[in-house]
Design a protein around this ligand. Structure first.
Ligand SMILES: [Zn+2]
Length: 463
């Protein structure tokens, strides 16, 4: 199957959002260049084609994983991630394998560091907001000062090998009923392992006529070894650089609200019902567990709920559907969406149960980025600070502009509209708002908005 979620986005830069298509000026005209995305074809089963033949790989896996873990820890705690770092640890693997492990570890540590840094910034913003409210005396009674807990270094639990052609080579099979051979170098010096690969019909269709990338991924699960192949796809840009902008607000009541007033997908209704049932089930299970534990039963039922996992998958499918629909209904346009921080997500997801929260909301911007990339449509992340509190007419910023979750009603100019819609209009305008983009933190954003509000008042002839 083609897994659209696996997007290794080399051409995605943090600065300008997902589809950072390079813009070049030629004869005074902006030209948007095509870009490449990597598509992965996952779940190619290795075990069925060759039972018993993968023992050498089983021996190699734990050695590789342990080495990879050593470098992950090293790159997270002692040195900046470096894909070409010199080998540090003595191991029974060849130097080629060693390099593969360093590369993979540098990738893992790199995203860990970026995520941690982002969360830490969010925490600082949250803290600042808390202090502000403390000074103003507007804190909620139950509000607690945000605290920071240092992140643990990632632990590699599942075997995943991101190999290049130096250690695992994919070759077309000419003389057998298999599609390919995987030539894998093993722990034994110069001894190669030949693993046949047989594709399913849908794999063959997905890969038909494509040039397969030389790097492959091997995963080991309980039920055996799986192979992931990938290929590059060049996306031609569909949208003019000066195409009209659609702002997207991300939320719970509506997954996606666009600045032209359309809504896509919701967590309310059936999804919420399912979530309630699931929560009940978990509560009963926890009770039973506690009871059995007291009685000294050794093998306790698991606390993870299968229906909970299914529910999360279902929410994601709904999110994907909603985002897809949104893009399909806005051809030849470009998009602006929020760079969601944890604080904003928390604020937006009060309606959701804890374990459903952040991960699902965070899935929406990812899906927006992916949809834009695969369709060749620009989508740009903009700052999310105050998008839900600032009035899209007079720029006044006030929490009280939101009398309830659904409504926006400006205390100064009286502008009244749906909260999501007001936010999406703000988001739309932030694309190309260089002054706002240059703001370093929430405080600067707030100061700028207040300045604009004052200017608005003068223009309107307010006292
Ligand atoms: Zn207003």
């Amino acid at each position: 199957m083609t897994d659209e979620r696996v997007l290794v986005s080399f051409n995605i830069s943090e600065e300008t959002g997902a589809t950072s298509m390079k813009q070049k000026r030629q004869h005074g005209k902006k030209i948007v260049q095509p870009h490449t995305i990597i598509k992965a074809v996952t779940h190619i089963c290795l075990t069925q084609a060759n039972p018993g033949k993968l023992a050498a790989l089983d021996v190699l896996a734990p050695v590789y994983l342990a080495l990879c873990q050593q470098y992950v820890t090293f790159f997270c705690t002692e040195a900046q991630p470096d894909k070409f770092h010199a080998p540090l640890f003595p191991i029974p693997l060849s130097e080629r394998w060693h390099r593969v492990a360093i590369q993979q570890a540098a990738g893992i540590a790199g995203s860990w560091r970026t995520n941690r840094e982002q969360r830490y910034q969010d925490f600082l913003d949250e803290l600042e907001e808390y202090r502000e409210q403390e000074v103003e005396g507007t804190l909620d009674e139950q509000a607690k000062a945000p605290t920071w807990r240092e992140w643990d270094v990632p632990t590699l639990r599942q075997t995943c090998i991101q190999a290049n052609a130096n250690v695992v080579k994919l070759e077309v099979s000419e003389d057998s009923s298999f599609d390919y051979w995987l030539k894998i170098s093993t722990l034994d010096f110069r001894k190669l392992l030949f693993v046949p690969v047989r594709l399913a019909e849908y794999h063959r269709q997905a890969l038909g006529g494509k040039t397969i990338n030389s790097s492959v991924q091997l995963n080991k699960c309980n039920d055996g070894w799986w192979l992931t192949l990938s290929y590059d796809e060049v996306i031609t840009v569909q949208t003019e650089p000066n195409a009209p902008v659609i702002g997207i607000d991300v939320g719970v009541a509506n997954f996606v609200t666009t600045s032209d007033g359309r809504h896509y997908g919701t967590f309310n209704g059936r999804l919420r019902e399912r979530q309630k049932r699931d929560r009940e089930k978990r509560r009963r299970k926890a009770k039973l567990r506690a009871c059995l534990e007291k009685k000294g039963v050794e093998k306790l039922p698991s606390t993870t709920s299968r229906s909970g996992q299914r529910l999360i998958r279902h929410v994601r499918q709904e999110v994907n559907r909603a985002v897809n629909e949104c893009f399909a209904e806005h051809p030849a346009m470009q998009f602006a969406y929020e760079q969601l921080s944890i604080a904003t997500m928390k604020h937006k997801s009060r309606a959701m149960n804890a374990y459903m929260r952040a991960s699902n909301l965070a899935h929406i911007p990812k899906q927006i980025a992916w949809n834009a990339a695969k369709r060749g449509v620009p989508a740009t992340k903009v700052k999310s600070a105050f998008t839900s509190q600032v009035c899209s007419v007079c720029h006044s910023v006030d929490k009280k502009n939101r009398p309830d979750q659904q409504t926006f009603c400006c205390l100064v100019c009286g502008h009244r509209t749906q909260a999501d819609l007001n936010a999406s209009v703000n988001i739309k305008r932030r694309l190309g708002d260089e002054e706002l983009r240059a703001c370093k933190d929430r405080q600067e954003v707030k100061a700028l908005l207040m300045k604009r509000h004052a200017a608005w008042k003068i223009v309107q002839g307010w006292p």
